[in-house]
Ligand binder design. Structure first.
Ligand code: BEZ
Ligand code: FE
Length: 295
């Protein structure tokens, strides 16, 4: 019913209002609030775009194909959210931190639970393929004091841009994955290989969308981390390789200036022997700055 008691039948002019009125008796207030916003914006989009029947069918077909592409290994809906910048926006809203704290970025679909627990200094490269990389740094709090007992869960793509779970017949399971725990000094170090830029999956509807929009599917080279410690906010983040050609063109908008680090190449047999890597090799040093929970 409208304010003057007459029935508010659906029309082009009042479409969103009529639909939202039906939620007056919602049992879940937050659900109704979210749906009111979605319905208002959605109707505004339809009014602006004025789709033909064919275009609307195409949209429904795209959403259907996106759902049908999902299984226990592939999440096309998250990929869609990633390429539309929505994953990074939700992340930004939920991880507002003091300046100087390590910033979050996208988790991505390739993390697995149960990666091997490794000792500091150990390698995460089980197949030994790629250019050696020595990664080190500290986990500290906002005052720069070491965080002991921090768990660093890392994973990365291979030298040619694939995760182990994308290539089960090529890479050993858990290749380039590891979980490390800091000691009293908050320091961490491990051996890996220099990561390479790579393309996110484009064999599904999201790939077709990117293609239609003339967009690249590339991600700049990076190392993934989830860093956690009791009493601190968990950080899901990357270290990006400075100078990578795709830093300004990341398909999922994950790059932040503070996460770009210098990867230095060394030709130094003595230092290589000291670090347990082949010569020549790369190094990168990066600190993770955690924020106290509720701080
Ligand atoms: C990744 O970095 O692993 C990733 C992130 C978002 C979409 C696809 C891959
Ligand atoms: Fe990645």
């Amino acid at each position: 019913m409208s304010n003057n008691g007459s029935i508010n039948y659906f029309a082009e002019t009042n479409s969103a209002e009529v639909v939202c009125e039906r939620m007056a008796g919602a049992r879940d207030a937050r659900l109704a609030e979210i749906m009111r916003s979605i319905i208002s914006h959605l109707h505004a989009v339809v009014k602006e775009v004025e789709p033909t029947y064919e275009e609307w069918e195409k949209a429904i077909g795209f959403l259907t194909a996106t759902g049908q592409m999902c299984d226990d290994k592939r999440q096309e809906w998250i990929l869609l959210s990633d390429v539309l910048g929505v994953s990074m926006l939700v992340d930004a809203i939920n991880t507002r931190r003091p300046s100087g704290a390590t910033e979050n970025t996208v988790l991505g679909p390739f993390h697995v639970d149960g990666a091997p627990i490794r000792d500091m200094g150990e390698t995460i490269s089980d197949d030994g393929k790629g250019e050696p990389l020595y990664v080190s740094g500290r986990v500290v709090d906002g005052d720069g004091s070491p965080v002991a007992g921090a768990v660093i869960d890392t994973w990365q793509a291979s030298f040619d841009g694939f995760y182990d779970n994308q290539q089960p017949d090529v890479q050993p399971e858990h290749n380039l994955r590891g979980v490390f725990r800091t000691g009293e000094d908050g320091r961490y170090s491990y051996r890996a290989v220099k990561p390479c830029y790579y393309g996110i999956p484009k064999d599904g509807p999201v790939g077709a969308l990117l293609d239609g929009l003339g967009r690249d599917n590339m991600r700049p080279a990076h190392l993934h981390y989830i860093v956690s410690a009791p009493g601190y906010e968990t950080v899901t983040t990357h270290i990006f390789v400075k100078g990578d050609p795709y830093l300004e063109d990341d398909a999922v908008f994950g790059v932040k200036q503070s996460l770009i680090a210098e990867f230095e190449q060394h030709f130094d047999p003595a230092r290589a022997a000291e670090l347990g890597v082949a010569n020549p090799f790369w190094t990168v040093e990066h600190d993770f700055v955690l924020t106290r929970q509720g701080g």
